[in-house]
Design a protein around this ligand. Structure first.
Ligand code: ZN
Ligand code: ZN
Length: 181
């Protein structure tokens, strides 16, 4: 995974790369191998772009903080976002990336935000993260060193969760709790 950080803030690059590797997205992306539509070209690995921070706070976390499209994850932190919260959003988008790269048809046909929310929530706790109900973006707590020691446990969980393929059926009225794709 290649990371570009334009936000001038500390990010958990080692952890995030480890997590991407843990779900099989650490090297050349599956869809970039054939690159049927010439989308990936020279950027054949997962790209993570952390954008310059926003002037305003997120306040509640209903607005778009992350997105995924065609091998690229974008994060849009505000000045209050904790690295724990950004990791949480990263996990959500990593889930979208995984579905897209390994199950393209499901990605195109189904509403997968609910699945990815649950995945991110559980994975975040497995990594030792904690969050209180209705916490703002500044209140997600995660210790990177501790999270790295749980990387194998995370990979095991991801494998089990993804193999279950309990994707939700399309639901046009579904609200995305953290981000939109
Ligand atoms: Zn924020
Ligand atoms: Zn989503």
């Amino acid at each position: 995974m290649r990371i570009r950080n334009y936000s001038h803030r500390v990010i958990l690059a080692i952890l995030w790369k480890t997590l991407a590797k843990g779900v099989g997205l650490g090297n050349v992306l599956p869809l970039a191998v054939a690159d049927e539509y010439g989308i990936y070209k020279e950027r054949r690995s997962l790209q993570l772009i952390v954008h310059r921070r926003r002037p305003a706070e997120h306040g509640d976390i209903e607005e778009t903080v992350g997105s995924y499209s065609l091998g690229r994850i974008h994060l849009f932190p505000c000045q209050r976002c904790s690295t724990g919260f950004l990791t949480f959003v990263f996990l959500h988008e990593l889930c979208h990336a995984w579905i897209h790269q390994f199950h393209e048809r499901i990605y195109e046909d189904s509403e997968t935000c609910g699945f990815c929310d649950k995945f991110a929530d559980r994975a975040f706790r497995i990594l030792g993260g904690s969050v209180s109900p209705h916490a703002s973006c500044g209140e997600f707590v995660l210790n990177e060193r501790r999270a790295l020691t749980a990387a194998d446990k995370f990979s095991d969980y991801a494998r089990t969760r993804f193999e279950s393929r309990k994707f939700e059926r399309p639901n046009k009225t579904a609200q995305h709790a953290v981000s939109r794709i």
